[in-house]
Structures are given as structure tokens and as C-alpha cells.
Ligand binder design. Structure first.
Ligand SMILES: [Zn+2]
Length: 394
């Protein structure tokens, strides 16, 4: 069994990307995510399977399938069918084309990991064979050269003559160039890496997968929500992706807030343990990396199931933002104003009142029942007050 514990964000993003590869091939990720925050991976994932006359580790099959979908393959095949026919013969089917295409996508020019693995080393299965040796590293007690990322596994060279192994072992920072211009300018403590630091085969595999875990936003930035538990990270990012793609929220602050609310509502997990630790959004734009997190007390409020449920029911961004900004007294003022307006007949509202409701209450269900809406707001304020007192007394 390969057991992974959360560490720096890049490593964590790698693990989540790795799981996404498995998920896209219909593995049930629940089985991998443990309540103690770790991920457990059965080593049989690296066993070789036979496809035609070729043998590649199951994980490489998954990786290829996750990188190239059938539609893309058909388009690509039209131009490359003859050129790569030998792979169709080796794999006895179209998976051969998929295999070549996936290698190109990962390692050809202008790709993130350009030349980390030479196309030849991908196509002659040298890389795939190496991946099948991961169980040997996991089961080895040798710690002669410890990996600089996981700090756990040995950096083993199986064949001293292999150029590929030499290259992978000393993963150069240039291969992560899009993560930052140079080590010196890196804002994250993670990058205490020297210009080349020894990396184990497991971490190389994880880093290859990390991009799959990043959520692309319309401003061309990419985000990843990091936390001290893989289970929490997995679900937070899953919710964030949906929330963003369904255009429920645009700002990073709102995406994080709403993901935390969903986590509290949906996931039956003792959240306190994790949310008392740091949950942050890593945001990447071109060469720049930024970190964003919500204040401790706000995270505590959002991970309270009752408060989360109520906020979800209220559903107004105006109110969510008051909570996210810690402006709790404004909730009280706001609810008093809504209540006063709600007591009047709609045709008695003056211009200001009309504008106030139009501006601040967006959902029809709230507009149509302002009394009940204002009561929910009072209740929310009371719950927040109560929770804050408890936090102070603790
Ligand atoms: Zn490692």
C-alpha cells in the first residue's frame, strides 16, 4: 500500500491530479480517501497489464485514457494514422494511437514537461517500465538518498546507464518553469528546493498529474484549494469547480466560501479538526503565485452545519459577503431594514425602499416572502453571535 500524507501545495495538487486520473477511469475515489486525511493507493495500480502484445502499468493506461478522449483521438488520427501504424499493431487497436498522442501531449515541445521524458523513451516503454517499479521503491527500506519533495522515499536508480532516470531524478526547476520564474522569487516556503533536488519516482508521477487539479478561471488564472486533509481538499475543489462552472460565484473569496458551505452541509466529517488548520486558495496567474485564505473565525462559522445550511437557504450573495468579510453587525442592520419594509404593503413602499429591495434581494423566493427572509437573517445573526461567544470562551 502506498500511503500519502498532505504536504506542500504542489505535492497535494499532484495527489489530487493523480486521483482525478483514476476517477476519469471509473475508480471510486471514496475508497482512496481516508478520514485521517491521508490517501491510500493499492500498489497493484502499478502492475503491468497486457494490451495486445504490449504490457504497460495499469496507471499508464489510465493516464493515457484521461489525457486523450475519443473525439480528440479521431481528429488526430486522420493525419497520423499511417505514421504511427506500428503502435496500432503493438497494442492491437486504436489504443496505440492514444498512447502516442498522450506522450506528445505530456512531453512534446511547448508542453509543461517538455523533454522531461524524450518521446522515444515514452514510445519504447522505458518510462512505463520505470513506473511499474514504484512498488519496489515503496517496499524498500533503503533511504540512502531521500526525496526532497515527499521527504519519505528513496531516490533509486535502477539502471545507472539510463539517461531517463538521471533526468527524472534531478527534476530541474525548468520543468516547473510555469510555476515560477526562479526559485529565489518564489513566495512559497515549498521552494527551498535547490536548482535541482533529488526526486523519487512517486513524486515525479504526482507532479506530472498536478495540472489536472487546477481549476481554470475566465481571467486565465488557475486556482487550487489546499488544506491539511486530502479528503477535505478533494471535496472542496470538486465543489469549487461546480460552483464556478455553474456561474454561481465569480470571486475567489466567494468560491472558497461557498465550497466550505457545501462541505459542511454534504460531508459527514468532523470538520473542526481540519478547519482549525489552514485552508487556502493557491492562485496561479502566468508566473505569479498568490495565496488567499479566509479569517479563522469565518472558516469556523462556515463549517458549522446549522449556519452553513441557513446561508445556503438564504442564498443571497450580499449576505454571504457580509459573513466572508466578518461584517456581522451589518447582517443585523440589514435584516431590521428588510423587516420594516416587509411590514408594509408593497404599494406603500417609497422609492428608497423599492430600490433597496431591488438592489439587495436577488432571489424571487426571498422577494416574495420578505418576512420569512428577514426572520432567517435574524436567526443567522443570532447563530453567529452565539458561535462567536463560544469561540471566545474556548
Ligand atoms: Zn518523493
Amino acid at each position: 500500500m502506498l500511503i500519502l500524507y498532505p504536504s506542500n501545495w504542489l505535492y497535494n495538487a499532484g495527489v489530487i491530479g493523480f486521483l482525478k486520473v483514476l476517477e476519469s477511469c471509473k475508480e471510486n475515489i471514496e475508497n482512496f480517501l481516508k478520514d485521517d486525511g491521508s490517501v491510500e493507493i493499492d500498489l497493484s495500480l502499478f502492475d503491468k497489464i497486457k494490451i495486445g502484445s504490449a504490457e504497460i502499468p495499469k496507471f499508464i493506461k489510465y493516464l493515457v485514457d484521461s489525457l486523450v478522449n475519443d473525439e480528440e483521438l479521431n481528429n488526430w488520427k486522420q493525419e497520423n494514422e499511417e505514421k504511427y501504424k506500428e503502435f496500432k499493431d503493438i497494442f492491437e487497436g486504436d489504443f496505440g494511437y492514444k498512447f502516442v498522442r498522450a506522450g506528445n501531449k505530456l512531453f512534446a515541445s511547448k508542453t509543461p514537461f517538455q523533454n522531461l521524458v524524450q518521446l522515444e523513451e515514452w514510445r519504447n516503454f522505458e518510462f512505463a517500465n520505470l513506473i511499474s517499479k514504484i512498488p519496489e521503491i515503496v517496499n524498500s527500506t533503503n533511504r540512502e538518498i531521500v526525496c526532497s519533495i515527499c521527504g519519505n522515499y528513496n531516490v533509486k536508480i535502477f539502471d545507472p546507464k539510463s539517461e531517463l532516470e538521471k533526468r527524472l531524478k534531478n527534476l530541474q526547476i525548468t520543468h516547473l518553469k510555469e510555476l515560477g520564474p526562479s526559485i529565489g522569487e518564489f513566495p512559497n516556503a515549498f521552494w527551498q528546493l535547490k536548482s535541482s533536488s533529488p526526486l523519487c519516482l512517486i513524486c515525479v508521477t504526482l507532479i506530472l498529474c498536478h495540472k489536472k487539479s487546477l481549476i481554470s478561471l475566465s481571467d486565465k488564472s488557475e486556482i487550487f484549494i489546499n488544506a491539511p486533509s486530502f479528503k477535505v481538499i478533494w471535496y472542496l475543489n470538486k465543489y469549487a469547480e461546480t460552483i464556478y462552472s455553474e456561474k454561481q460565484a465569480k470571486k475567489v473569496k466567494e468560491i472558497l466560501g461557498m465550497s466550505l458551505i457545501e462541505l459542511a452541509i454534504k460531508l459527514n466529517l468532523q470538520l473542526g479538526r481540519w478547519t482549525s488548520m489552514n485552508i487556502e486558495v493557491v492562485s496561479k496567474y502566468k508566473d505569479e503565485i498568490n495565496f488567499f485564505s479566509l479569517p479563522y473565525e469565518v472558516v469556523q462559522l462556515l463549517s458549522d452545519k446549522t449556519i452553513a445550511n441557513l446561508l445556503y437557504e438564504i442564498g443571497e450573495f450580499k449576505i454571504l459577503n457580509m459573513v466572508l468579510d466578518g461584517k456581522f453587525n451589518e447582517i443585523l442592520k440589514f435584516s431590521e431594514r428588510v423587516f420594516r419594509i416587509a411590514l408594509k404593503q408593497r404599494n406603500e413602499w417609497n422609492k428608497n425602499e423599492n430600490e433597496f429591495i431591488k438592489e439587495n434581494v436577488k432571489l424571487e423566493r426571498n422577494k416574495n416572502n420578505l418576512i420569512s427572509f428577514s426572520q432567517k437573517l435574524f436567526q443567522l445573526y443570532a447563530l453567529i453571535e452565539e458561535k462567536m461567544k463560544k469561540e471566545v470562551l474556548r
